[in-house]
Design a protein around this ligand. Sequence first.
Ligand code: NDP
Length: 433
Amino acid sequence: LRRNPGEAEFHQAVREVFDSLAPVLAKKPEYTDAAVLERICEPERQIIFRVPWVDDQGHVQVNRGFRVEFNSALGPYKGGLRFHPSVYLGIIKFLGFEQIFKNSLTGMPIGGGKGGSDFDPRGKSDAEVMRFCQSFMTELYRHIGEYTDVPAGDIGVGGREIGYLFGQYKRITNRYESGVLTGKGLTWGGSLVRTEATGYGSVFFAEEMLRTQNDSFDGKRVVVSGSGNVAIYAAQKAQQLGATVVALSDSSGYVLDEKGIDVSLIREIKEVERGRVSDYADRRGGAKFFAKGNIWETQADIALPCATQNELDLDSAKLLIANGVKAVAEGANMPTTPDAVTAFQDAGVLFAPGKAANAGGVATSALEMQQNASRDSWTFDYTEQRLQSIMKNIHNNCASTADEYGQPGNYVAGANIAGFIKVADATLAMGVI
Ligand code: NDP
């Protein structure tokens, strides 16, 4: 705490992992002897830089850029870029720390990193976003590369931003290095299923949890928070599996649609028009918008928090439990507060932590890297099958690790322990680095 003052989200993420590790350290004292924990929570490198750009009125604006290269024991740093006004070092470090264990769980050869800026893309013109991205990459390019660090998207960074970033990287370096970024467009090195992967993967993970109780999505009432990349495709896959998704949200409130969310309408509003969920309510007969409302008041069998950190607190967890929720799977990173996680577990609700449940996004980014390296592109069906089998493996790994360490059904402990052991063993093998 003294070493990282004021970084509340980072402290929360570290505590959550370390809380699970006591039985591992008791079994493997070599981790303590070699200061593995101390090394794992200290980033290998942190880059903070000025991002100056010119707005449409001709004024110079200044934002702050970050890239935290947290851990490369298992492979090149890998993790998204977040553009949101709330971004500061503590957010990027929490996300980078989570990414280490998530990437380990995927079974792919990728280390952990994260970056971003306090730039707010909302309300900016395409030209402003382009100038910002070009300025951001003008510093970032010297730190990244196919074998070094491979950024992707996150909140506020989607296909448009990745395009501008890749264009500037290519221009500065004079290298068509497809493997330097993931989340690219399909005609210039992107992978089918990457856009859908995080949302689909969260639903695949939840499906595996439900299967352990001979249950499924079929006929279930589902609430998904957020209405961005992760939320939209979580909703789509849940509905493909026979559920009805009745609510979505954004930072201004939530929309209730008892008929089931019309995924093509919300895609049009969010991906093409860059509109709000209130626009959805205006255009969809029978749907209702609740300004500033709490989406978790909505009765749900399955809840998928897919917006942002700490969006589902203890009071909301109590509401969901009282309304009979059976399963909660985190599509977002750390959306559930620690006391809310405990409440779900105590109530016997199946609970999937983000580092396991939302790992499908980065896993499919690693599949994009594989396709780039082999100059190949796979079909949608093949790539989705790969994603589904990765999510099944992550689920089974978390469940069996939880069993092995005496906490059956505790996916939080299973994910933390399984993710940690691989990184710790690689760290030990490589000596004091
Ligand atoms: P998007 O930018 O596409 O969408 C984010 C959504 O969350 C928007 O609906 C946004 O509403 C809402 N939101 C963001 N911040 C807040 C806030 N402070 N309060 C309320 N609502 C908020 O991002 P993604 O869908 O890509 O990311 C969502 C979550 O999933 C994040 O936690 C991210 O780290 C995580 N994630 C994403 C992956 C990916 O592949 N994209 C991979 C793994 C995890 P508004 O427009 O009003 O801000």
